[in-house]
Design a protein around this ligand. Structure first.
Ligand code: 5GP
Ligand code: MN
Length: 321
């Protein structure tokens, strides 16, 4: 914490970045940090490799987020948020080596400890919670815009205060953010309110794809590129669908396998959720990914049956009876 605060105060030209395929915590944290650094008079660039999902485009400063950075050499500091591994930034990750100071702020237990200074706390419900703590140590007033970004990060990373990471602090910070002018109804309306027809049709296909394996303790949902093309949807439209697979009675582990490459080399992003009886961060790590005890993921370049068999075999060895 002290070193992070020190570096933030010293910095002048700052690149703030979060993981590709961003969720509400990644985008909320990116914006909250950038606006706080603005308030300190810094020169700030907001970076995310992916398009920003439609449901988060109501957030302040969202139009300032760039998907490409021409000259990394002009930055003295990079702030990487909500990334267990620096490679989660995407193609820009190797270039960050050319920036003198790299700060790692995150809440994933699998965080690799990259960077010159780090503030990693897996007891925080979200990266937004950690930023709130940092802002309290900086001469920065939490504006309504910063509050909206922090609130959105906490709301979405706790699954609207339903997930196991929901803690007392999550509520306390959100109350304070309301006092700074956040209207929960307005945020919820944007984040959960409106879906395209394509997204609903995709949900239909996703639900239909669910298989129960390993004596009903494992549920697998599969989404192909064809399904996305057929419904005219984007990767962002898949957000949250895994929760249906997880809700099924007696299921301990839910898996969403999403095809990400064309018909050439097979490629999948795999999302994992657990009821707590299985550490899916360990399962993800086995395949080169990471995450939290109850929510994790990895990318696999192998045929679909191999992905499923790999998960089934790992679980057969690790799932509690
Ligand atoms: P999701 O399933 O929503 O994509 O991700 C769930 C959790 O797992 C998130 O905390 C995310 O950061 C982590 N995660 C997802 N995919 C990957 C991955 O490919 N690598 C790593 N290290 N973590 C991942
Ligand atoms: Mn997060």
């Amino acid at each position: 914490m002290e070193r992070i605060v020190h570096h933030l105060r010293q910095s002048k030209q700052i690149l703030v970045a979060t993981h590709f395929n961003p969720d509400g915590d990644a985008i909320g944290s990116l914006i909250a940090m950038a606006l706080a650094l603005d308030a300190l008079g810094k020169d700030v660039t907001l970076f995310n490799e992916s398009p920003i999902p439609a449901v988060y485009r109501f957030l302040p400063a969202v139009d300032r987020i760039v998907r490409q950075v021409e000259t990394v050499d002009r930055y003295d500091t990079a702030v990487v948020l909500d990334c267990g591994d620096v490679s989660r930034i995407g193609a820009l990750a190797p270039a960050l080596d050319r920036i003198p100071t790299l700060l790692n702020i995150d809440h994933h237990p699998t965080n690799t400890g990259f960077g010159d200074a780090r503030y990693v706390d897996d007891t925080a419900c979200s990266t937004a919670e950690i930023l709130y703590r940092i802002f309290k140590r900086l001469p920065v007033a939490i504006s309504q815009d910063i509050a909206t970004a922090i609130y959105t990060g906490i709301l979405t990373d706790t699954g609207s205060f339903r997930f196991a990471n929901t803690n007392r602090t999550a509520f306390a910070i959100c109350v304070e953010m309301m006092e700074k002018g956040v209207d929960p109804y307005t945020v919820a309306k944007h984040v959960y309110g409106t879906y395209s027809l394509g997204r609903i049709k995709l949900l239909n296909l996703a639900l239909d794809s669910i298989e129960l394996l390993n004596e009903g303790r494992l549920s697998v949902m599969t989404l192909t590129r064809d399904m996305m093309t057929e419904t005219g949807t984007q990767p962002e439209d898949v957000d949250g669908m895994i929760n249906y697979a997880k809700r099924i009675q007696d299921v301990q582990v839910a898996v969403l396998i999403q095809e990400i490459n064309g018909s050439g080399s097979p490629g999948f992003h795999v999302s994992l959720r657990s009821d707590g009886s299985v550490d899916v961060a360990a399962l993800a790590a086995h395949f080169g990914g990471g995450g939290h005890h109850r929510a994790a993921g990895f990318t696999a370049e192998m045929p679909l049956p191999a992905v499923k068999d790999g998960i089934r075999n790992w679980l057969a060895r690790h799932q509690a009876d």
